[in-house]
Write a protein that binds this ligand. Structure first.
Ligand SMILES: Nc1ncnc2c1ncn2[C@@H]1O[C@H](COP(=O)(O)OP(=O)(O)OP(=O)(O)O)[C@@H](O)[C@H]1O
Length: 884
């Protein structure tokens, strides 16, 4: 039986190996079975899991370390607390203490380890980042410290009183000494202990008991842990949720909201005396997540509800109450010595009561929300189709539930720009067109409405199997009942899912992902008909909607058939999402989907954290490979990245080259088996290796936050594709680099391939669709036009890359000044020099490419044949087509 799971990793090995066990895992899970009263150290720097096997064995002390884990592992700490473990989180003091120790000649081996760890840290900074990054890192560090001191509004940090406590602690002591001497602010939150147990050894009065009023929040934390680590409700097994898994999330939120908070029992006087200082600390920290306004309002509502008398009994006189009101949180912090413990307790009580009132109101709302949600699209009066309707900004019945979902199910502290408006528009039942930049958080915009309005089913059309699998997997981990029907499932699995969907009374699925091809299959149409007759299709979501447009870079004929859905089910609202729609594509999407008076929600395409650079590609392959390897070694030695190549052969060769250069990489392309691709993508996502060398198909929907660089070894086929693929970088908002190796040779090659596709006999691309020849020619022309655009983009040495990119999407912007090769070269070397050298290179390129065209023409029949044969097994761009 597993009683606890903590994410741990390797970082500062053996810091505490005296009488203590050090546990860590890097990639693999491991199990520990510590002896009773053992003191253990968990280093939580990287990924991994540790399980406690025997609940009867309480671990005496557990130290959680790891600088990067602070916000994330708050849950872990709570979980450990819940199981009576002593926890100290002191990553920052580790950093400080190790710096301190570096000058200490008496430091023993363990201290050396600390120093080494720290030095390594320093090195990482130097190797990975240039000066700009270092500044950012420093700023981040400062922010972290600020948060830890409780001055910032970041809930992740504020929610963890332990962190605040440990941070307040003596920074200059080594963790080792802290640990040995117990001179640390250790927080004891033991569910079995209702009284205070000061540590005998501790020199500080810093050991706290979990107060009863902590129960509610701990319960929430525990559930979060269970959800994150896939434990069942008792925390006993690691379970895999089936598609029909009943989501505990909404129920939990609702029941938590509905559950009246327990009246706190009066604390024993003796206990208060013993623990006066720590309680003050604990209460203060708890209070610190309450705003001053909340406390004040809480007090007011208390008075209004005629509970003033009760309060008066607890507080000596009204002056004290007034004082409490006016002091506020900051005041309480600064005046903590003058404010008595009782006063804090009163504030907590008042706050609890106020919160209970608010929450009970919310729960009422929730109960009525379902009934208020529209079953049919609301007919808006003269809605403006090109602006966000005022109605989207006003208050709605579902606001509190939407907010709870965002925070408690998806774990976000707030919404990103325009997300709420999109959600409101969808919940209003309006047809909606959404264009948000790559990484802008589009998925959340349709996932939340599907959860909030779960009286029916949201059907999500997605172009790639991998995208569907990824999203369904993530949703299931969050406890959201989602499933997919596609060719990656067995027919039996698909049938079972359909049966589940049709089971009106027992179906709890709220989101179904399907491919556009599936939408026109007779069997599935019948399913849709039945669901629609039951009034259970709530909306159709078209993800990556640009695939519907012939003008778009990823045109997918099956997307055209979505309009049949509108014809068959005219009352079901449609919401279309894309990141790459220039104006012509946008109107194409709206027309093709027959959107009715759609609300259009669009934001800038700007990605400020991305640096764009075009490098000249040498005709000598080994030189280009060497250049890439050098770049990675010099600037990105520990970063995660994607390298795009045009052919499977290039992918394999480049990956092999990098591996020979000791750069850990793997290739990924359409000639691999589906299972292999899934495995490679998973391994890359889990950081088993850092660099993936892939064909151009890999991109849409890849959501790994810390991809620091994207390299195009071959130019992409359009600016949209370029924007989409570079959009995989820097999704955490940190600076990231996008480098494209350009040679006009590649342009001519791709151009040639496009022309070849236009031949009537070349039906390998969309063989199953049997497009008409005329249509193919039209498509070819479009593709050539798209290719020309990216070609011009690469060759333009005068205009800032950002300006060019945004201009393409119909936006006007100022030059980035520092974030593209053109702006940088103009400021550093002078505009003319750079252009001259580049021109020289271009001339070389043109010469080489002309030679190469000669070769292509003479070998035309052979190369075309070879290409066709290869692609008859797997198509290049749409290798994930769901045609089964
Ligand atoms: N409100 C939010 N707060 C914090 N993170 C968020 C929020 N909304 C979304 N995210 C995160 O942002 C990341 C990107 O979201 P998502 O994959 O939906 O982007 P997208 O708009 O679909 O991007 P792309 O078009 O490039 O695929 C995800 O990791 C998601 O969890």
């Amino acid at each position: 039986m597993c009683i606890g799971v903590a994410k741990v990793g390797i970082g500062n090995n053996n810091i505490y190996n005296n009488n203590k066990s050090y546990y860590s895992t890097e990639k693999n899970n491991s199990t520990i079975n510590p002896s009773s009263n053992e003191e253990i150290v968990l280093d939580s720097k990287s990924e991994g899991y540790i399980e406690w096997k025997d609940p009867s064995k309480k671990i005496k002390k557990c130290v959680l370390t790891g600088q990067n884990r602070i916000s994330k592992d708050v849950k872990d700490i709570s979980f450990l607390n819940k199981h009576g473990l002593l926890v100290k989180l002191n990553s920052n003091s580790l950093l400080n203490s190790s710096k301190n120790n570096s000058n200490n000649s008496n430091s023993d081996n363990n201290d050396n380890d600390i120093n080494n760890a720290n030095n390594q840290n320093e090195e990482v900074i130097r190797e990975d980042y240039d000066d700009t990054f270092e500044v950012i890192k420093t700023k981040k560090q400062k922010q972290l410290e600020k948060n830890l001191m409780g001055k910032s509004g970041d809930l992740d940090y504020q929610d963890s009183p332990e962190i605040i406590t440990s941070k307040k602690n003596k920074k200059k002591q080594t963790m080792k000494e802290d640990f040995k001497n117990n001179e640390v602010d250790i927080i004891v939150l033991d569910e079995n202990v209702n009284s205070i147990k000061p540590s005998k050894k501790s020199k500080k009065k810093s050991i706290l008991v979990q107060p009863e009023d902590e129960e509610v929040s701990l319960e929430v934390d525990q559930n979060e842990i269970f959800r994150e680590y896939n434990l069942d409700e008792n925390g006993e097994h690691i379970v895999t949720m089936s598609p029909g898994f009943k989501s505990p999330e909404l129920d939990r939120i609702k029941s938590n909201l509905e559950k009246p908070l327990k009246e706190s029992k009066p604390r024993k006087k003796k206990v208060k005396e013993e623990q006066e200082q720590p309680i003050v600390k604990q209460q203060k920290e708890k209070v610190s997540i309450i705003t001053e306004k909340e406390v004040t309002e809480g007090v007011k509502s208390k008075i209004k509800k005629e509970k003033k008398d009760k309060l008066k009994n607890q507080i000596n006189n009204t002056d004290d109450l007034n004082q409490v009101q006016s002091i506020g949180i900051e005041g309480l912090k600064s005046k903590k010595k003058r404010v008595k413990v009782d006063e804090y307790l009163n504030i907590i009580d008042v706050y609890k009561e106020w919160k209970a009132t608010v929450l009970s109101k919310s729960s009422k709302d929730i109960l009525t929300t379902k009934h208020k949600l529209p079953n049919k699209p609301i007919k808006m009066q003269s809605p403006s189709s090109n602006a966000i309707d005022g109605v989207l900004e006003k208050e709605h019945e579902w606001d509190s539930l939407v907010d709870s979902c965002n925070r408690m199910v998806f774990g976000n502290s707030s919404f990103r720009p325009l997300q709420q408006q999109v959600i409101n528009s969808i919940l209003h039942g309006r047809d909606t067109f959404v264009s948000l930049p790559t990484g802008g958080g589009k998925s959340l915009c349709f996932q939340i409405p599907s959860l909030v309005d779960s009286s029916g089913i949201s059907i999500v059309l997605s172009p790639l199997l991998s995208l569907m699998q990824d999203q369904v997997h993530k949703l299931k981990l969050l406890g959201v009942p989602a499933c997919s029907i596609n060719s990656s499932n067995t027919p039996l699995q698909n049938r079972k899912t359909i049966e589940q969907l049709l089971d009106k009374d027992n179906c709890n699925i709220s989101i179904v992902y399907v491919s556009p091809e599936r939408l026109s299959q007779t069997e599935f149409l019948e399913v849709l008909n039945t669901l629609n007759n039951q009034g259970r299709i709530k909306r159709l979501i078209v993800d990556e909607a640009h695939c519907i447009s012939e003008w778009g870079h990823d045109f997918r004929p099956a997307y055209r058939k979505i309009s049949l859905f509108r014809e068959n089910f005219p009352n079901v609202p449609i919401a279309a999402f894309t990141a790459t729609a220039k104006p012509s594509v946008e109107s194409d999407i709206k027309n093709e989907l027959k959107l009715h008076n759609p609300v259009t929600i669009a934001s800038s395409f700007l990605r400020t954290n991305l640096l764009y650079q075009i490098r000249s590609k040498s005709p000598d392959q080994s030189r280009s490979f060497a250049d890439i390897a050098d770049y990675i070694k010099m600037r990105q030695s520990r970063s995660c990245g994607i390298i795009y190549c045009a052919t499977t052969n290039d992918c394999e060769l480049l990956s092999q080259y990098l591996n020979e250069e000791n750069i850990d990489s793997h290739f990924y392309h359409g000639s691999l088996k589906n299972s292999e691709r899934v495995e490679i993508q998973k391994a890359w996502t889990n950081k088993s290796f850092k660099i993936i060398v892939t064909t151009l198909a890999f991109g849409m929907g890849i959501d790994v936050k810390d991809v620091r660089f994207i390299i195009h070894y071959t130019m992409p086929s359009s600016i949209e594709a370029y924007y989409q693929q570079t959009g995989r970088a820097g999704r955490d908002g940190l600076p990231s680099e996008c480098i494209l190796y350009y040679t006009s040779n590649d342009y001519f090659k791709i151009s040639r391939i496009i022309q070849t596709q236009a031949q009537p006999s070349s039906s390998y691309f969309y063989s199953e669709e049997q497009e008409l020849v005329a249509q193919k020619q039209q498509m070819t022309e479009n593709k050539v036009e798209l290719l020309d655009s990216i070609n011009s983009f690469c060759r333009n040495d005068d205009v800032c890359r950002r300006v060019q990119l945004l201009d393409y999407f119909g936006e006007v912007s100022k030059p980035c000044k520092t974030n593209c090769d053109i702006c940088i070269s103009q400021t550093q070397y002078g505009h003319n020099n750079y252009t001259k050298s580049k021109l020289k290179q271009l001339k070389n390129d043109i010469q080489t490419s002309q030679d190469s065209i000669e070769r292509v023409y003479t070998r035309n029949s052979y190369s075309t044949f070879k290409y066709n044969k290869k692609k008859s097994n797997k198509s290049r761009s749409y290798e994930d087509d769901d045609t089964n």
